[in-house]
Design a binder for this molecule. Sequence first.
Ligand SMILES: [Zn+2]
Ligand SMILES: [Zn+2]
Length: 414
Amino acid sequence: MRIINKRLRSVGVIATLLTALISFTGCASGNTAVDKNTTQQVQGESKGDGSTSPASVNENSGVKGELKVHFLDVGQADSILIQQGEQSMLVDAGNNDDGNLVKDYLQKQGIKNLEFLVGTHPHEDHIGGLDYVINAFKVGKLYMPKASSNTKTFTDVVNAAKNKGLSFTAPNPGESFKLGEATVTILSPNGSGYEDLNNYSIVVKVAFGNTSFLLTGDAEDVSEKEIMAKGFDVSSTVLKVGHHGSNSSTTLEFLSKVNPKYAVISVGKDNTYGHPKQNILDRLKGKGIPVYRTDESGTIIATSNGTSVTFSAKPGTYNGFGNSTGSSDKSSYEEKEDSAVASTAAPAPSVKEESSVTTPASESSSSNRIVYWTPNGKSYHYDKNCSTLSRSKTINEGALSSTPKSDPCDKCVK
Ligand SMILES: [Zn+2]
Ligand SMILES: [Zn+2]
């Protein structure tokens, strides 16, 4: 019975998605094309600024102040806040149950506006909290790849954006934009029709003075190859290691091209996917690259003054998951559960009034089933060990009919 309900729900959601939901604005408007002289422009702009700001122009780098990149501890997920001057950008927002955590963290930083918000790809561990963020902050531009998913999580994001009058902007690799004095360049996705949603990940490079950060989402070897084939300059001071340290990503060739001084892995302790993989950590170790890990250090803040980057935490260990080498890669729940619906067609027309999404709340036939939920999360779970529950101190338990949560977890409720 439940299976039938779920299937019906999926069909309903897909139908809704196809008919009404996604609105991609033209992606070229207002953005400058890739410019090899970007760094020089940054320098040019910042010189001759006679402001009395205490932040003087940093020696040699030509930029003022700092770039702060916060790798939030959202467990087995990604959420990265980038701040420069008065401007802020968020790349991903953790799992569904991380929505409040991400929102609170941003508010603690005094953030009211996000000039840019990026959902790298429609997996729950990246866009789960995105609807909270959209609801809580004024968002300038929302970048999402031209890929969708038949999950409640994705529908939530679409609806939150629609309610805010915010449309999706499709990434256009090669385009760049300013975040304060930093320059953000989009490097992917460079193709379509990927088997794996991970390869739709929007990869961005954030350059500030002579330093840069490469944020890769869950991009895998396929996308890494395409980025290199495009000839983009991927060399970066800091690499956010792709796909939580899965061996689907961070090929030796790509790592050599990026040639990072530091690496950061956003990953949950004792996650069920076996991330990060020992061979990826060995690869980083072999190149003498210090690795900062959210599973070992919690939230990590990297600060650039335009010349060098410092970290709020000590480098982590090179111990892979379970410390085993070459174990089989059960890396992604994602491939199995989320069927990708890539929209290769031209951007859909703007969002229309749409009231046909039915709340998939009532599955009354199984109302006695024991489920689990957290006080702040919005989903209920069948699996007490569901990775999206794992970081919460309080886990409530009760019959399905008694839970105050209406959303089935995308991962463990099937
Ligand atoms: Zn992920
Ligand atoms: Zn993913």
